[in-house]
Design a protein around this ligand. Structure first.
Ligand SMILES: Cc1cc2nc3c(=O)[nH]c(=O)nc-3n(C[C@H](O)[C@H](O)[C@H](O)COP(=O)(O)OP(=O)(O)OC[C@H]3O[C@@H](n4cnc5c(N)ncnc54)[C@H](O)[C@@H]3O)c2cc1C
Length: 373
C-alpha cells in the first residue's frame, strides 16, 4: 500500500494550491484526480480579479485571453457602465491555468495520480486509508491527512460526516460569436433573465464571448431564451458547459485527519459565484496546516481547527454578507432593478462604484454608496 503524509483529492485550483503548500512545507504529498486530464472538463467563465491572479502566484500570457477594466450592467431596460480605469481582472483559459497550478505543486515535490477516483475513506489508528479505483484497478493509499478539494458534490465531505453545501445554483454557459459593446468590459444582465442570480457575456476574443447564467432553476432554458432574444449573439456555439455554484460554506470543514477546501467547502463568493480567489486563499492555509500536523504527528480535529479558524477569520464575514446580498437580489423585480440602475446613473454614485467596487469584497461598497446617496 502506498504511504503519503497528505493526499489531496481533486486537481482543481484549490487542490493544486493545497498540494503545493503541503509539499513546500515538507509533507510527502499526492494529488488524486478522477479525470484523465487536468483542467477538464472546464466548468467556468474564467473571470478572475488581478488580486486573485496574485493570490494564485501564477502569471502567464499562456492562459490570459483578455484584460478587463470594467463592466456594463444591464437590467431589462437600463444600462450603466462601470469603468475601473485600468486592468481590474483577467479572462483566463481554465484548462491551461489549472495545469500551471498543478505543475507548480509537482515542482514543489507533489505526486499526481490521474484517472483515479476516490470511493471510500476509513480511519485506521492515527491514519486514514483511502480506497480508490485507478485506471480501472482498486487501490488503497494510507495517509496522515486527506484534503477534500473535490468540488461542489464533494464525496470526501460526505464520507467524513461534514455533508455537502445545501444551496446549489445550477448554471449553463456557451462560448460563441458575440458583438461586445467593448471587449475590455464584461457584460452583466440582472433580473428575470436569470432568476436568483445573473447572466454574463465575458469577452474571450474581440468577437467571441462566454455567455452564460446561473438561476434558481432550469438555467439551460433561461440561457436559450436569453440567446434567442439577444441582438448581440451571432451564433456558432464552440463550447457548452453546465455546472453548479455552491452558496454558503459548510458548518464545519474539518474532522479527524480531514480538511475540506474550495467549492467542496462552499468557499465561493455568493454574489458572483467566483470560487478561484477564495479557494486559493483557503487552500494555502489547508496545505500549511496539513504539513504542520504531519510534523507534529497530530491530525486530530483539535490540531486541524487552526485551518477552520484562519479561513473563517479571513473570509467568513464576506461570505455571510454575500449570502445576505444574494438572498436580497433574488427578491428584486425587473422594474425595481431598472429603478436601481436609474438611481446609480448619478455621476457621484458611479464614481463611488468605480473607486470602491471590488469583485472579491463586494460588501465593502454598500456602506460607501449609502453614505453618498
Ligand atoms: C458556469 C460557471 C462559471 C464560473 N465562473 C467563474 C469565474 O468566472 N471565476 C471564478 O473565480 N469562479 C468561477 N466559477 C467557479 C469556479 O469554477 C470554482 O469555484 C472552482 O473551479 C473551484 O475550484 P476547486 O478546486 O475547489 O474545485 P473544482 O475545480 O471543481 O475541482 C474539483 C476536482 O476534484 C475532482 N474530483 C471530484 N471527485 C473526485 C473523486 N472522488 N476522486 C478524485 N477526484 C475527484 C474533479 O474531477 C475536479 O477536477 C464558475 C463556476 C461555474 C459552474
Amino acid at each position: 500500500m502506498e504511504e503519503y503524509d497528505v493526499v489531496v483529492v481533486g486537481a482543481g485550483p484549490s487542490g493544486a494550491i493545497s498540494a503545493e503548500y503541503a509539499a513546500k512545507n515538507g509533507a510527502k504529498t499526492l494529488i488524486v484526480e478522477e479525470h484523465a486530464s487536468v483542467g477538464e472538463p472546464v466548468q467556468c467563465a474564467g473571470l478572475i480579479s488581478t488580486r486573485a491572479m496574485e493570490e494564485c502566484e501564477v502569471f502567464s500570457s499562456k492562459f490570459i485571453n483578455k484584460e478587463i477594466r470594467g463592466a456594463f450592467i444591464h437590467s431589462s431596460s437600463e444600462c450603466i457602465k462601470i469603468d475601473g480605469g485600468g486592468t481590474k481582472a483577467y479572462v483566463i483559459e481554465r484548462r491551461i491555468f489549472d495545469r500551471v497550478l498543478v505543475q507548480n505543486a509537482i515542482d514543489r515535490g507533489a505526486d499526481l495520480l490521474l484517472k483515479t477516483k476516490v470511493s471510500d475513506l476509513k480511519r485506521e489508528g492515527s491514519r486514514v486509508i483511502i480506497e480508490a479505483v485507478s485506471h480501472g484497478v482498486s487501490m488503497r493509499i494510507s495517509s496522515h491527512v486527506v484534503i477534500g478539494a473535490d468540488g461542489v458534490k464533494s464525496r470526501i465531505a460526505k464520507l467524513t460526516g461534514l455533508g455537502n453545501v445545501k444551496k446549489i445554483l445550477p448554471c449553463a454557459q456557451i462560448e460563441g460569436m458575440y458583438e461586445l459593446t467593448d471587449p475590455k468590459f464584461v457584460e452583466i444582465f440582472i433580473g428575470s433573465v436569470a432568476p436568483g442570480f445573473f447572466a454574463w457575456a465575458i469577452p474571450v476574443e474581440d468577437d467571441i464571448a462566454r455567455i452564460g447564467l446561473c438561476s434558481k432553476e432550469d438555467p439551460l432554458s433561461h440561457l436559450m431564451k436569453m440567446l434567442s432574444s439577444s441582438s448581440s449573439y451571432r451564433g456558432s456555439v464552440m463550447d457548452f458547459v453546465v455546472g453548479a455554484i455552491p452558496l454558503g460554506p459548510l458548518k464545519k470543514t474539518i474532522n479527524d485527519n480531514v480538511m475540506i477546501v474550495g467549492d467542496a467547502a462552499g468557499q465561493v463568493k455568493p454574489t458572483s459565484g467566483g470560487g478561484i480567489y477564495t479557494g486559493a486563499k483557503c487552500a494555502k492555509i489547508a496545505g500549511e496546516v496539513a504539513a504542520k500536523s504531519v510534523h507534529e504527528d497530530d491530525a486530530s480535529v483539535g490540531r486541524l481547527k487552526e485551518y477552520e479558524k484562519r479561513w473563517r477569520s479571513m473570509i467568513g464575514r464576506e461570505l455571510s454578507m454575500g449570502m445576505l446580498i444574494n438572498s436580497m437580489i433574488g427578491r428584486v423585480r425587473d422594474n425595481e432593478f431598472d429603478e436601481l440602475l436609474q438611481t446609480l446613473r448619478d455621476k457621484k454614485l458611479i464614481d463611488v462604484i468605480e473607486r470602491y467596487g471590488d469583485m472579491d469584497y463586494p460588501s465593502a461598497l454598500i456602506p460607501k454608496l449609502l453614505r453618498t446617496m
